[in-house]
Write a protein that binds this ligand. Structure first.
Ligand SMILES: *[C@@H]1O[C@H](CO)[C@@H](O)[C@H](O)[C@H]1NC(C)=O
Ligand SMILES: *[C@@H]1O[C@H](CO)[C@@H](O)[C@H](O)[C@H]1NC(C)=O
Length: 607
C-alpha cells in the first residue's frame, strides 16, 4: 500500500491525494496522518553508566525494573559499542555518526575532554549532527541535560559550538557536565596536579617575596628594588592564573542554560535531577502533535553522586546504587509520559550510556562511586578495553519492533545518526559516516551487522579493533597498544584516576594482543599461534583493515587557523583538544550578571 502511494506521490501529488481519499472512502485503515507521520524519537543517555549496572544485563542485586521493562518490550543490544571511552569524544561521535577524530574531538595528549565552558574548543560549526538532519526534515528538536561539546569560539556571545547551533532548537541543561567541583567538599576534577603545582608555586613566590622584603627592611642585605617589584608582579600573575580559573570552577563551569541564556550560576546540584526530568517531560507534552526528537542526557551517574532523600539508603550498593535506582525511576517516568500521551506506538525510545563505568572512582567513606562493567575488562578512559566501551543499548517501539528481541551482533552508538536519518526519510548525501542504519537488524530483517570491523580509539590513536568475519560468529579483538596501569597490575590507572593514550603512558604490542571475544569476553587469555589456527590470518586482516580505515581519515592538525582553510575537511581537521583551545578564556565565559561577578538562580518554586 505504502509503495503504491509513494510511487503516486513521486508521479504527481494530485493523484496521490486522489488515491488517498479513495482509500479513505474504501474504509482503509491507512490514513493520511499515519502515512506521512514520522516517528518521534526519545533518546536517553546516562553518563558513565556501566553495562554491569543494569538488571537486564545480568545484575541481580540492583533494581532497574523500568529499564528492564524497556528491554522486554523492545530490542536489547548486547554488543553495543561507544566510539570512545570518555564523554567528549564519545558524545561527539554519537552526535555526528563519525569517529571523534574526524571532527577534531579526539585527544592528542594530556587533555582528553573539554575542561572549561570558557575554552574555545568544541564540536566545529561545520559538523553535522543527527539533530540538524532531523530539524531539516521538519522535526522539533530538543536537548535536555548534559552537552559537553563546547559553547563559544571567539567571544562570549557567538555560541558557535552551542546545541542551538547544532540542530537543537530547544536546549535546557548543562553546557558542560556535572563534576566534583560543583559540590563543595569534593575533590577537583580539573587538572588537579596542575592546580597543586600552581598553588605551591604561588605560595613559594609569596614566601620568597615576604622574606626578601624583611631582609631589605632589616638592612641585612642590599636587595634590589627591581627584584622585589618583579617578584611582586609575578606573584599577582600567578594568583590570576591559578586562582581565577581554578578557585572559582563552580561559577565558571557549573551552569544551567535555557537556550543561550545562563539561568543559574553556580547551579544548585540537589534540585538538578528533578528539573531535568520535568523539562524533558514538558518537551514531550508540548510536542504531541508534531514529530519531535528529544535527547534526554542525564547528569547521573557522573560524580558527585546525588543524595536524594527519596532514594538514599534504599539500594544494596550504597550511594552509587541509590543513584542508579533513581536513574531507573527517571527512565520509568519518561516511559510513562510517552505512554500516557498515547505516543508509544509512534515513538522510538532508546536507552544507553556514553561509555563504561569509572573503576578508579572510589571513596573510603562511601565506597563505589564509578560504574560497574560486569564481566568486561577495564572501564572509562582505558582505551579499547571492553569495559570502557561496551554499554547498554535498548530500543523500544511497540508499533514496529518485536518485544523481547536480543541482538548480539556488534553495533555502535554511531549507528544512531544513520538510523534516525533513515527514519526521518532523509536521503540527502552525507559525509563519510562510520555508523550504519540499525533498522533492518532491529526489525529482524537481517541477521548480520554491517560492522565487519570496528575501530577503538584512545585519543586520536587507533588503539584496537574488532573483526566479525563473514560467515562466522567469532569476534576477534586486536590491541595494537594498551594503556599502562598504575600501580602496575592494578587493573586501572589509580595513581592518575584516568589512563592516558600517548608516549610513556602506553605499551605497544608487536605482535598485537589478540582475543576471541566470543569465547573469552573478559579479554583474559590472549591467543597465540598455538591456540588459534587462524592467528596469522587474523592479524593480517586486522592490519589491512586498519590501513584501509586510515586511508579514509584526514590529517589532524594540532594547531592551525581555519581562516586559511575554509574547507577544513579537505586540508586536515583542526584539533579541538589542544591546550590553547582547552584553557579558560575570560572573554568566552558564559555569565549571568556582569563578568566576573556572575551569579543567578532559577526560580524553581513551581517544581
Ligand atoms: C550490580 O551493580 C552494583 C552497582 O554498580 C555492583 O556493585 C554489583 O557488583 C553488581 N552486581 C553484579 C552481580 O553485577
Ligand atoms: C500499538 O501496537 C501494538 C502492536 O502493533 C497493538 O497491539 C496496540 O493495539 C497498539 N496500541 C495503540 C494504542 O494503538
Amino acid at each position: 500500500m505504502m509503495e503504491v502511494l509513494e510511487r503516486a506521490v513521486n508521479r504527481s501529488p494530485l493523484s496521490a491525494l486522489l488515491l488517498l481519499s479513495l482509500l479513505q472512502l474504501a474504509g482503509s485503515d491507512v490514513t493520511g496522518e499515519e502515512v506521512g507521520r514520522k516517528p518521534n524519537i526519545v533518546l536517553m543517555m546516562v553518563d558513565d553508566l556501566g553495562i554491569g549496572d543494569i538488571g537486564c544485563y545480568g545484575n541481580d542485586t540492583i533494581r532497574t525494573p523500568n529499564i528492564d521493562r524497556l528491554a522486554s518490550e523492545g530490542v536489547k543490544l548486547t554488543q553495543h559499542i561507544a566510539a570512545a571511552p570518555l564523554c567528549t569524544p564519545s558524545r561527539a561521535a554519537f552526535m555526528t555518526g563519525r569517529y571523534a577524530l574526524r571532527s577534531g574531538m579526539g585527544s592528542t595528549g594530556r587533555v582528553q575532554v573539554l575542561l572549561f565552558v570558557a575554552g574555545s574548543g568544541g564540536l566545529p560549526p561545520s559538523e553535522t549532527t543527527f539533530a540538524k538532519r532531523l530539524q531539516q526534515q521538519g522535526y522539533t528538536t530538543g536537548l535536555v541535560g548534559k552537552w559537553h561539546l563546547g559553547v563559544n569560539c571567539e567571544d562570549r556571545g557567538d555560541h558557535c559550538h552551542h546545541p542551538n547551533q547544532h540542530g537543537f532548537s530547544y536546549f535546557y541543561g548543562l553546557p558542560f557536565t556535572l563534576f566534583n567541583d560543583c559540590l563543595p567538599g569534593e575533590d577537583s576534577d580539573v587538572l588537579a596536579d596542575l592546580q597543586h603545582t600552581l598553588r605551591n608555586l604561588t605560595m613559594l613566590l609569596g614566601v620568597g617575596l615576604f622574606t626578601l622584603v624583611c631582609v631589605r627592611v632589616c638592612g641585612l642585605l642590599d636587595v634590589g628594588l627591581w627584584l622585589l617589584v618583579a617578584l611582586f608582579f609575578l606573584a599577582i600573575l600567578a594568583t590570576g592564573v591559578w586562582y581565577m580559573p581554578f578557585k572559582l570552577l563552580s561559577t565558571w563551569n557549573c551552569i544551567i542554560m535555557r537556550n543561550q541564556e545562563v539561568i543559574e550560576q553556580p547551579m544548585t546540584v540537589e534540585t538538578l535531577p528533578r528539573r531535568l526530568l520535568v523539562e524533558a517531560q514538558n518537551f514531550i507534552k508540548r510536542n504531541v502533535d508534531h514529530p519531535f526528537l528529544l535527547l534526554f542526557s542525564l547528569a547521573h551517574m557522573h560524580t558527585p553522586l546525588f543524595q536524594n532523600p527519596a532514594f538514599a539508603g534504599k539500594s544494596r550498593h550504597g550511594r552509587y546504587g541509590d543513584n542508579l535506582e533513581e536513574v531507573d525511576w527517571m527512565i520509568g517516568e519518561m516511559t510513562e509520559t510517552v505512554d500516557s500521551l498515547g505516543l508509544a506506538n509512534n515513538t522510538l525510545m532508546y536507552f544507553t550510556s556514553d561509555h563504561g563505568g569509572h573503576l578508579e572512582d572510589t571513596d573510603p567513606r562511601i565506597g563505589q562511586k564509578g560504574g560497574w562493567n560486569g564481566i568486561y575488562k577495564g572501564g572509562k578512559a582505558m582505551g579499547g578495553w571492553e569495559g570502557g566501551i561496551r554499554v547498554p543499548g535498548i530500543f523500544r517501539w511497540p508499533g514496529r519492533l518485536a518485544a523481547g528481541r536480543v541482538v548480539d551482533e556488534p553495533t555502535s552508538l554511531m549507528d544512531l545518526y544513520p538510523t534516525l536519518k533513515h527514519l526521518a526519510k532523509d536521503t540527502q548525501p552525507d559525509r563519510q559516516l562510520d555508523g550504519y542504519n540499525l533498522m533492518p537488524l532491529l526489525e529482524g530483517k537481517v541477521e548480520r551487522s554491517e560492522h565487519e570491523f570496528m575501530f577503538h580509539y584512545c585519543g586520536i590513536y587507533l588503539n584496537a579493533l574488532r573483526w566479525h568475519p563473514h560467515g562466522s560468529d567469532s569476534i576477534f579483538k586486536v590491541h595494537f597498544f594498551t594503556p599502562n596501569f598504575s600501580p602496575p597490575g592494578a587493573g586501572g590507572c589509580y595513581d592518575t584516576k584516568v589512563c592516558l593514550c600517548h608516549g610513556e603512558h602506553v605499551t605497544h604490542h608487536n605482535p598485537p594482543l589478540l582475543y576471541d571475544l566470543l569465547r573469552d569476553p573478559s579479554e583474559s587469555r590472549p591467543l597465540t599461534p598455538d591456540t588459534e589456527p587462524r592467528y596469522a590470518e587474523i592479524l593480517e586482516q586486522a592490519a589491512k583493515a586498519a590501513e584501509r580505515h586510515r586511508s579514509t581519515l584526514t590529517k589532524v592538525q594540532a594547531s592551525d587557523d581555519t581562516h586559511s582553510h575554509p574547507n577544513a575537511d579537505a586540508h586536515g581537521v583542526q584539533s579541538q583538544m589542544t591546550w590553547d583551545k582547552i584553557l579558560w578564556k575570560p572573554w568566552l565565559q558564559p555569565c549571568c550578571g556582569t563578568f566576573p561577578f556572575c551569579g543567578c538562580k532559577e526560580d524553581t518554586t513551581g517544581i
